[in-house]
Design a protein around this ligand. Structure first.
Ligand code: ATP
Ligand code: MG
Length: 401
């Protein structure tokens, strides 16, 4: 007898009342996409839990994949049997024997959901516990803090036995919170912001500004690689690559040095917002963290933000760099982010950008430049790539506009 299924417990979504069906269905779709390489599995889902029937597929690689699916609180390998005492005992014993159990402590936690079953939970605990003890060596009982907790649940449709709880990624299923545009540079912060946005259930499309020939193909490849890492959590992600050279050069020529960074950011935000409208997203996500650099003081944010009323989500706003780096390492984007390829902003960064820019001044400087045609052109020439987990560069190029 072997583990034949994985029991999935939902995260926060169980509190979502009438929307719960939407959440559960989305989670089911996300799980089945994630496990598409295991053709024999079947997914059963109900209001309060989900089962993956393994049908002979190996559980270890499936467990690894499940750890990256948002909306899962925890999951366990499980075995199912009939509501019959001897069969339950055998199943519980088999569940324990598949673990390294020697020298360990255990307890049985039984729950009788189906009240027609003739044994109560205390009796079940006792019967099953004694049976396991009799049929194993080197295992002892500890009811307070056991190494192995054998959970037995007698439900209407059968009895489920699980031994080991594995933590899931938490959060909400990607897609249940709507869609946002992620402004993605090649840096450390914005991929982390994208990860956290997805964790709250957002589907994201990434927008990257590049300035050839000042930025190289390798810098672009770096961003593609970062998006690919994010697809581990988000599934397919669209990446919009905006040719930004002309806009940047015009700003550089016309706007005084100390204000050029602010104007550049405003242009980026305007373009991202235009793409957002076309892609029917409702928010913009950035990797800004308050006070980290000149463009991220509150005064700068205020003046940059002034170009749109679209909600701008800044998941990192209150985090320290060390905390951000820790997440970047965990999600495996850190080592890509620190590759030294130039970014469109590093090249044009003025020596001393304003940390307290004045809105009136920005507007005055910008009124002397006619950026709109260049902005329109950048949007028109934006290239869109669809990236998924097994993306190879030549896979799919899609000219959207
Ligand atoms: P990051 O580590 O994400 O690059 P940063 O600390 O370098 O952030 P800034 O350069 O001020 O900070 O950028 C702030 C945010 O602006 C970034 O997190 C990102 O969301 C957006 N951004 C910056 N450069 C680009 C770019 N070339 N393309 C798209 N978005 C960008
Ligand atoms: Mg950066």
């Amino acid at each position: 007898m072997k583990y034949d299924r994985i029991l999935i417990r939902y995260g926060e979504m169980t509190t979502k009342g009438r929307n719960r069906n939407v959440f559960v269905r989305r989670l089911k779709n996300n799980v089945s996409k994630k496990l598409h390489m295991f053709p024999n599995i079947q997914i059963e889902y109900m209001r309060d839990r989900m089962y993956i029937l393994l049908n002979g597929e190996p559980h270890e690689p499936i467990i690894e994949k499940l750890k990256t699916v948002f909306g899962i609180h925890s999951f366990s390998l499980a075995m199912k049997c009939h509501n019959e005492l001897n069969e339950i005992k055998e199943t519980a014993l088999a569940a324990v024997k598949q673990l390294p159990y020697e020298g360990k402590t255990f307890k049985v936690s039984a729950r009788r959901v189906d009240k027609r079953f003739p044994y109560g939970s205390d009796e079940l605990n006792h019967e099953i516990g004694a049976y396991i003890l009799r049929n194993t060596d080197g295992l002892t009982v500890d009811v307070h803090d056991p190494d192995i907790n054998v959970r037995v649940e007698v439900r209407q449709d059968g009895t489920y036995v699980t031994c080991r709880d594995i933590f899931g990624a938490g959060g909400l299923p990607v897609g249940t919170s709507g869609k946002a545009m992620l402004m993605l540079s090649g840096g450390i912060d914005s991929p982390v912001a994208g990860y956290l946005a997805m964790k709250r259930g957002l589907e994201i499309e990434a927008v990257h500004f590049f300035s050839p020939p000042f930025t190289s193909e390798r810098a672009k490849q770096k961003v593609i690689d970062l998006v690919k890492k994010l697809t581990t959590y988000g599934g397919k992600i669209k990446l919009h690559i905006v040719p930004f050279t002309e806009v940047q050069q015009e700003i550089y020529k016309q706007v005084p040095d100390e204000y050029s960074l602010i104007s550049t950011r405003r242009a980026m935000l305007k373009i991202t917002d235009a793409l957002r409208r076309r892609q029917r997203a409702l928010a913009i996500v950035t990797g800004e963290s308050l006070g980290q650099v000149a463009s991220q003081t509150l005064e700068s944010m205020f003046v940059i933000n002034e170009v749109t009323t679209t909600p701008i989500l800044r998941p990192l706003v209150s985090m320290d760099k060390v905390e951000i780096i820790e997440i970047a390492k965990k999600i495996d984007t850190h080592d890509i982010s620190i590759l030294p390829y130039e970014d469109c902003c590093t090249i044009f960064t003025p020596k001393s950008p304003k940390t307290k820019p004045k809105k009136e001044k920005v507007l005055r400087y910008e009124s002397a430049v006619d950026l709109d045609p260049l902005i329109e052109k950048a949007i028109a020439n934006t290239e869109t790539i669809v990236i998924d987990e097994d993306f190879e560069a030549e896979d799919e190029f899609e000219q959207l506009f």
